[in-house]
Design a protein around this ligand. Structure first.
Ligand SMILES: C[S@@+](CC[C@H](N)C(=O)[O-])C[C@H]1O[C@@H](n2cnc3c(N)ncnc32)[C@H](O)[C@@H]1O
Length: 239
């Protein structure tokens, strides 16, 4: 880790210098992630743009809450979370699942897992230490392509949304082929929940074409009534 380097994550609005804690290459064609800290606030950035900030995680929590309330009563519910980020979606999933529930987290960048075992762990209450969690340092696409009827819920927050930001290869996840793979990886009546910074009508159409029943929810970034609006698709496998 590169603890201690200053100002490489400069905030253009306030010009307050951030401290660069570490950086890591995204496998494939994905550029470089930077982990930065300013006081108690953390930021993960990719090529100068913010992917995630610890002060705004309302919609990341909502992603898990909206999907998991629908499946939590199933015995031995299994949830796939892709990716880990700062662990908020994972922590919200664990709060809702019972003792018999199990969560697989797919995270593409091994350094993100290390950051969650280190300086980021405290943010969401160290969810990786929960015995119900298995971490896989892989592209979530690999899991979707290899598992059939394995999950009651799949929570996808790997990028800025169907438009992408961090990695061109993630486009596949939001394509017709990717959505069909997600449909097959779900158990009957399972839920695919997808986070996005913005609405996207073409993506809604692709979900329907893949066989999902679709509900769209606007979630706020800083709790139920504060912060920017993000889009969450709740796509149900009804057969
Ligand atoms: C916006 S963050 C997720 C935030 C998370 N929901 C939270 O609550 O903190 C996106 C994460 O997805 C990871 N990622 C990007 N593409 C991925 C992929 N194809 N498979 C698995 N993880 C991926 C990134 O490295 C990053 O950790």
């Amino acid at each position: 880790m590169l603890f201690g380097k200053k100002s490489v994550c400069r905030d253009e609005k306030t010009m307050i210098p951030w401290e660069l804690l570490d950086r890591a290459l995204v496998p494939g064609d994905g550029g470089e992630l930077r982990l930065c800290r300013r006081g108690k606030e953390f930021s993960i950035r990719i090529d100068g743009q913010e992917l995630m900030n610890s002060s705004a995680h309302g919609s990341e929590d909502a992603l898990a809450e909206l999907a998991c309330t629908r499946v939590r009563s199933r015995s031995g519910a299994r949830v796939l979370v892709g990716g880990l980020g700062m662990g908020y979606t994972l922590a919200a999933t664990l709060r809702l699942l019972g003792e018999g529930g199990r969560v697989v987290v797919a995270e593409l960048v091994p350094a993100v897992v290390a950051w969650n075992r280190g300086p980021l762990g405290v943010l969401a209450g160290h969810p990786l230490q929960d015995d119900r969690v298995t971490v896989r340092e892989v592209d979530v696409a690999e899991i979707l392509q290899s598992e059939q009827q394995a999950y009651d819920a799949i929570l996808l927050d790997v990028d800025n949304g169907p438009d992408g930001l961090s990695r061109k290869a993630n486009d596949w996840l939001y394509s017709g082929a990717g959505l069909k793979a997600a449909f097959s990886a779900l158990r009957p009546e399972g839920i695919l929940a997808v986070w996005s910074a913005d609405p996207d009508r073409a993506f809604t159409r692709r979900l329907r074409a893949a066989g999902f029943g679709v509900e769209i929810v606007q979630a706020r970034s800083r709790g139920p009534r504060k912060g920017g609006h993000h889009t969450i698709w709740l796509a149900s496998r009804t057969s």
